[in-house]
Design a protein around this ligand. Structure first.
Ligand SMILES: *[C@@H]1O[C@H](CO)[C@@H](O)[C@H](O)[C@H]1NC(C)=O
Ligand SMILES: *[C@@H]1O[C@H](CO)[C@@H](O)[C@H](O)[C@H]1NC(C)=O
Ligand SMILES: *[C@@H]1O[C@H](CO)[C@@H](O)[C@H](O)[C@H]1NC(C)=O
Length: 361
């Protein structure tokens, strides 16, 4: 009797161990391994718009259309687990504590620019969005791209309802209010993209530099201290000579957003952390990355070039046609589009003009 009972015991143990071994193999080779659930950039492969249960409960009580606290960041973390929300929008005097930008030169960080940045920040003395916006417990943001797709959609009043309206480079407002709105909270630009005619600036907005090279900080120094630029060396086209803003209305965009967009979210070549062929995200993608960290809800408008309509206008404010678009050595538009499509498909970002996915998502 006894030996057989022992035999059964041994057999059972072997079976249980065998089963555990087998199932752990299965789990690591299929289910839980990152390889099979996530793409190279760390995004969930199967994207859908479903809200995680804890968010359904959290937002259950909100009235229709009310701003949902933490929505964009929570949805982003649900499809991209490495995402962590807290990254300040602008550089402030404590920027050296934010170590992720220390070891990268522009555009991905602040390496060897610390001295000029310190000078700029001490003159600016302001590092937030302003009292009213900074104190809001829930902020909605819209990034207005410059695409011709904005034309004749009369989205202006909808755009103006957002708490924060972000415009890029020289995108004009005057004369286009019906389609693009009249409110500008932030205008994010690099020197070559800045409005050159001072009368074309809106009356109020924060002027935000997104620096892509060391020269851009020098340019900002001239704008902040209101000095004429003697030399325009180092720029790829002519740059503004004067920005009609007080130093207290100027900001420096945190370069971490360029780094994160390039290497983590879009997956551009790392190139030892240096600027190189095809590894610079567009300003639009950088602004969206900023918004994911700093806005509770994020919408975009005027994004997406549709190359199957070559005669459609490229930008909403000029006659240049879509066919004029050139392969750029700096950007990788097709990779970037894949990133933006993930955000729209998963409902992290709402696309007001529908140009990012077209009929695809
Ligand atoms: C939902 O609203 C009800 C009534 O306004 C309130 O009593 C309740 O505490 C709220 N629940 C949550 C989770 O906020
Ligand atoms: C963009 O990325 C794709 C895929 O990695 C690559 O094949 C292509 O050459 C890149 N284009 C540019 C302009 O760098
Ligand atoms: C591009 O335009 C064509 C023709 O109007 C349309 O069928 C297609 O859905 C558009 N694609 C996108 C991505 O908007």
């Amino acid at each position: 009797m006894k030996p057989s009972r022992n035999l059964i015991l041994v057999l059972c143990t072997t079976l249980v161990l065998g089963f555990l071994y087998y199932s752990s193999e299965r789990i690591s080779s299929q289910g839980w391994s990152h390889k099979s659930l996530y793409d190279k950039q760390g995004f969930l492969l199967k994207l859908d718009c479903k809200l995680p249960l804890e968010l359904i409960i959290k937002y259950n009580n909100l009235s229709e259309g009310a701003c949902k606290p933490g929505y964009a960041a929570a949805k982003m973390a649900a499809i991209h687990p490495k995402f962590t929300k807290l990254v300040p929008m602008f550089l402030d005097p404590n920027y050296k504590r934010f170590s992720r930008i220390d070891n990268f030169p522009p555009p991905f960080g602040v390496k060897s620019q610390e001295r000029i940045i310190d000078v700029l920040l001490s003159e600016m003395k302001n590092y937030g969005l302003g009292e009213e916006l900074d104190s809001m417990s829930c902020k909605t943001c819209v990034i207005v791209g410059n695409g011709g797709i904005l034309t004749s959609k009369s989205l202006g009043s909808k755009i103006d309802q957002f708490d924060v309206v972000v415009r890029l480079n020289q995108a004009p407002v005057k004369g286009f209010e019906k389609d693009v709105g009249s409110k500008t909270t932030l205008r994010i630009t690099y020197p070559e993209g800045a409005i050159q005619k001072t009368e074309h600036y809106e009356s109020e907005s924060l002027f935000v530099l997104s620096a892509f090279k060391a020269q851009d900080f020098k340019w900002l120094q001239h704008m902040v201290f209101n000095k004429r630029l003697i030399s325009t060396d180092g720029f790829w086209k002519s740059v503004a000579q004067h920005v009609p803003r007080e130093p207290s209305e100027m900001r420096i965009l945190n370069p971490y957003f360029i780094q994160e967009a390039a290497f983590q979210l879009i997956g551009l070549p790392y190139n030892k952390g240096q600027m190189g062929n095809g590894n610079i995200p567009t300003l639009g993608a950088v602004a969206i990355t900023m918004a994911l960290h700093n806005c509770d809800e994020v919408a975009v408008a005027g994004f997406g070039y549709n190359l199957s309509t070559p005669h459609a206008p490229l930008h909403y404010y000029e006659k240049t046609k879509m066919s004029a678009i050139k392969e750029s050595w700096t950007h990788n538009i097709s990779k970037e589009k894949k990133f933006l499509m993930k955000l729209v498909k998963a409902g992290v970002v709402q696309d007001l003009t529908g140009g990012i996915c077209g009929a695809v998502c």
